[in-house]
Design a protein around this ligand. Structure first.
Ligand code: UD1
Length: 427
């Protein structure tokens, strides 16, 4: 298995291009299932999760062509041959459940395996299913699959009150509602930029949607959608991750394509910690000139709060901060698996349930560590960049799910990072 080797070193400088958002792309790709006309996505990231979604769509009979070195995806669901999303693909990635809404809306029936995904908690899909039921679908959970059937005449618009904010359930319900009969109202909807991106794309395909980016989204169902070309929004999690590189190592890095509005709560925390963030014409310039960062407290929340997907990386920064920081995880119950690995590098972290208390140390020390999930894996790389000596990160396949060309991007700003390949890899 591949490993990533990091040597701690001094200030960074240069630019890092930020890719299109993995999580936006994973919900935009299934939108192809809603129409028989072509959907072209530009600014697509080159990641194994995108290849998994490609394989899933192809297994349904969709055509997916990867163009321009993987930065454009041309999709067509003109001749779909199946509405069965098989366990063998779905188990690799939880976002696979996002094919259910579009299939149900366009074909009136679908069978989708219950998903797997990152081991960061129970992560049920009950909210997705309740939304489809509210729209008149009959659901049967058998043999590890959801067997779903729309009523005669297709899904019906409904008022759906989500008891908690779910990104995936909002996306799935939104995609189902665009072809439903009548009006659907999604209350307590997720407000993430990826939801806004999906709504913008669906509207360009002919959907009638209002209120995306707020807690209430209203959809007027239409009979059919058409094709479009849509650029994927910037990946705010990749952006935040690379903003932390100069914060941890010192120096100045410009993250190309970055926007403060994608990460306002995160930028506020960086400011509190003593990191400079400046919006430029090309992106976000981040610098830490001298001294240790200040410890800050962080609580993860749905957008516009501090993203759970940046909690592990922020913890890496706090490991060498001056003082004690409290991190509270409110989205996923089991998302501190990076803490014991960071402790192996000399960090002082106590975890109690959804709370972690980090007492900053002057210096971390390099160590062999193991990636446990996607965001945890990159937090270990960031920590390694600030540590004395060498850090060897194993199980980097987690990283490949969500970060394209990490070694190239970080070594481009002066980090000492290499990948030991077991088999050929396209980094
Ligand atoms: C998406 C992101 C993921 C991010 C998460 C929260 C994608 C592909 N993934 O995941 O990177 O960490 O948002 O920002 O976009 N829940 C239920 N029942 C459901 C659905 C969710 O109880 O049917 C719970 C979850 O267990 C979790 C919370 O709701 O505690 C939020 O999950 P959700 O927003 O749905 O996350 P995902 O869409 O899976």
């Amino acid at each position: 298995m591949d490993q990533i080797i990091v040597q701690g070193n001094g200030p960074l400088s240069g630019e890092i291009p930020i890719a299109g958002a993995k999580n936006a792309c994973l919900t935009l790709m299934p939108a192809t299932l809603l129409t028989d006309q072509p959907l072209t996505l530009t600014n697509t990231p080159r990641l194994s999760d995108i290849r998994t979604m490609t394989a899933l769509l192809q297994s349904l009979g969709a055509e997916v062509a990867s163009l321009q070195d993987g930065q454009v995806l041309a999709l067509s669901s003109h001749d779909l041959t199946s509405q069965h999303a098989d366990y063998d693909i779905v188990r690799k990635m939880r976002a696979s459940i996002l094919v259910l809404g579009p299939l149900l809306a366009r074909y009136g029936h679908a069978e989708v395996s219950l998903p797997g995904g990152c081991a960061i908690g129970a992560r049920p899909v009950d909210l997705h299913l309740k939304a489809f039921e509210a729209m008149g679908a009959e659901l049967d959970l058998r043999d590890g699959y959801v067997h779903a059937k729309a009523p005669m005449g297709g899904l019906r618009g409904a008022v759906i009150d989500f008891p908690l904010v779910s990104v995936g359930a909002t996306e799935n319900a939104l995609m189902a509602a665009v072809l439903a009969k009548g009006t659907t109202v999604l209350n307590n909807a997720a407000r993430e930029p990826e939801i806004v991106d999906l709504a913008v794309c669906l509207r360009a395909m002919g959907a009638q949607i209002e209120g995306e980016g707020t807690g209430t989204i209203t959809i007027q169902g239409v009979d059919s959608l058409h094709g479009t070309t849509h650029p994927v929004v910037t990946d705010r999690i990749e952006l935040g991750t690379y903003m932390l590189a100069p914060a941890i190592c010192g120096g100045e890095v410009e993250c190309l394509g970055g926007r403060i509005d994608l990460l306002a709560a995160f930028c506020e925390k960086l400011d509190e910690a003593g990191i400079n963030v400046e919006q430029t014409a090309r992106g976000l310039k981040v610098s830490r000139k001298n001294g240790r960062v200040r410890a800050v407290n962080v609580k993860t929340e749905p957008f516009p709060g501090f993203p759970t997907d940046l909690q592990a990386q922020m913890m890496a920064l706090m490991c060498t901060a001056n003082g004690v920081s409290e991190l509270e995880e409110t989205i996923f119950e089991n998302r501190f698996m990076h803490a014991p690995e960071l402790t192996r590098m000399g960090a002082r972290i106590e975890v109690h349930g959804g709370h972690a208390r980090v007492t900053g140390v002057e210096k971390l020390r390099g160590a062999p560590v193991m990636a446990t999930d996607l965001r945890a894996s990159v937090s270990l790389i960031l920590a390694g960049m600030a540590a004395e000596g060498e850090t060897v990160v194993s199980r980097v396949y987690h990283l490949d799910r969500g970060y394209e060309r990490v070694v190239r991007k970080l070594s481009g700003v002066g980090a000492k990072i290499t990948r030991l390949r077991e088999v050929g890899h396209d980094e």
